[in-house]
Design a protein around this ligand. Structure first.
Ligand code: BEZ
Ligand code: FE
Length: 287
């Protein structure tokens, strides 16, 4: 029998986890053991630090529910979510790049027509986001269905308003026959990630900014094309270069142009000043 020592424990644990029935599980678990042990050795982890970390993980689980994903938030602020996105969506440089999903997407949003208003009378400056959905060859993608969602002018998403039980600042849109689309919403603002849980607790002991720059979320699942989860960010917005979840990409930064009252991109009339953002999404065909 081989007795356990500080020197051999990593090899022994790797051997045990190597027996996982599925080869990928064996690969994942043995790598996890190696890296966890290396981490503990590098920092010479104390017992007090070990139990502090266990209790933090415990609180992270306890605060999570179907509306709050504190572990995803932890992954986001550690840069892990964005690393996983980058590795798994190496799209053609001409395609619209992907970014993080974030914890606030709610499936099953109401279907809205061209220029349909997903802000439905909420306070804010009207924003029209419009353009074309194309493929890599420049051909229009008709009838492309996509989700759009964003925070309100207090920086809160629907799921952060427990009292609200109807769709708020989210909708499903489709491109028209020529690939054009038009979303009517309100201009987004930068906002803080939730800081009242274990993630906020540890972040508030650093100098890390806890803000995201103003953005609108988009999610495309169009048959025949790579799925695309992305955002559009307002050019010139605060926090573009310090996004707490590392989600900003230059290609996704667009001009938000102020417009006087008058005709809007959907052919309607706005009685108040509004904002226009033009963006053509480029989807990558599946191979
Ligand atoms: C978001 O953009 O909705 C988001 C992404 C990651 C963490 C928190 C919020
Ligand atoms: Fe967001």
């Amino acid at each position: 029998m081989e007795l356990v020592t500080e020197d051999n424990i990593t090899d022994l644990a790797v051997q045990r986890w190597q027996t996982a029935h599925d080869p990928r599980t064996a690969e994942l678990m043995t790598a996890l053991v190696r890296h966890l042990h290396a981490f503990a050795r590098e920092v010479r982890l104390t017992e007090a630090e070990w139990i502090t970390a266990i209790q933090w993980l415990n609180r992270t689980g306890q605060i999570s529910n179907e509306k709050r994903e504190e572990f995803i938030l932890a992954s986001d602020v550690l840069g892990l979510s964005m690393l996983v996105v980058q590795m798994n969506h190496r799209l053609d440089p001409a395609a619209t790049p992907a970014t993080v999903l974030g914890p606030f997407h709610i499936p099953g949003s109401p279907e809205l027509g061209y220029g349909g208003d997903m802000s439905d009378g909420l306070a804010g400056v009207p924003l029209y986001v419009h353009g074309q959905i194309r493929d890599l060859s420049g051909a229009p993608v008709p009838d492309a269905r996509f989700d759009v969602w964003q925070a309100d002018d207090e920086g809160l998403y629907e799921s952060q308003h427990p009292e609200i039980d109807e769709a708020r600042l989210r909708g499903i849109y489709r491109s028209r026959g020529d690939g054009t689309y038009c979303v009517r919403t309100i201009a987004p603002k930068g906002y803080t990630i939730p800081m009242d849980g274990p993630v906020g607790e540890i972040m508030s002991r650093t100098d890390i900014s806890h803000f995201r720059p103003a953005h609108v979320h988009f999610k495309f699942d169009v048959p025949g094309y790579e799925p695309l989860i992305t955002h559009l960010f307002q050019e010139g917005a605060e926090y573009l270069d310090s996004d707490v979840v590392f989600g900003t990409k230059q290609e996704l930064v667009v001009r938000f142009d102020a417009r006087e009252p008058g005709e809007t991109p959907d052919g309607g009339i706005s009685d108040v000043p509004w904002v226009e953002a033009r963006y053509d999404f480029v989807l990558q065909p599946q191979v």
